[in-house]
Design a protein around this ligand. Sequence first.
Ligand code: GUN
Length: 293
Amino acid sequence: MSAATIDGKAFAAGLRAEVARRVALLKERHGLVPGLAVILVGDDPASQVYVRNKGIQTREAGMRSDEIRLPATTGEAELLAHLHRLNADPAIHGILVQLPLPAHIEERAVIATIDPDKDVDGFHPVNVGRLSLGQPGFVPGTPKGCMKLLAATLGDLSGREALVIGRSNIVGKPMAQLLLAANCTVTIAHSRSRDLPALCRRAEILVAAVGRPEMVRGDWIRPGASVIDVGVNRIAAGGGKTRLVGDVAFAEAREVAAAITPVPGGVGPMTIACLLENTLEAACRKAGLPLPE
Ligand code: GUN
């Protein structure tokens, strides 16, 4: 049996179109244009690509996009001053500081300075707490996107055995919280877990977010499982070329799973689409308006 491929690229395009439709209604009915500010410190090539794509897709959704590019030598105080200014700017509803930051800047202090109600990345401790308490807040784009793909694939997730491999603050931990909130039985595995293949073989839902190319093998997968691969790893492909692979050995896993996300074109495109959805929600909440239907 060959698994259904979960087309995250198409799903994300649909979500972006839905956000754009609602943004147009918000503008038409209330004269309100959601605004997203993205700060990039330094010139990390991957971060530059992400930030450029965020800007393009924000504008395509009809929102205002502010990009603030700062040199790698920028001091922490200067970065915090930008955040204070954006927190106070009524035209800006979402603020995102692209990670990783240069080593001399303390990430924790930066995230804590963002107004939690503009923290569309969902990284501020207040939003992490809200997620854990089941209160409304902002959920990080990548795990939010994974949940949307799972809901579209499986419908109700109640009672399912879910395994999350990876315990990062950006993906693993919020993913586990979201699966728990959806009534899954959740296990979190990590580098110290014993017998990872055995843990995987129990999982009806397997989310791999470890950053190790093709670590999860086909014979680790429970037959009929839904597999969400968050990994984006660049590996040598011969002839001096490289290619992207996930954390799951795709060709093997698709013979066993019922549904699986590819890399690229699976989870990746969902992250920005969910960020845009969060920015729209931030603008509506700030104005005390419901999401336009
Ligand atoms: N770096 C890699 N992923 C992300 C993300 O989702 N948000 C931010 N701010 N930085 C990142």
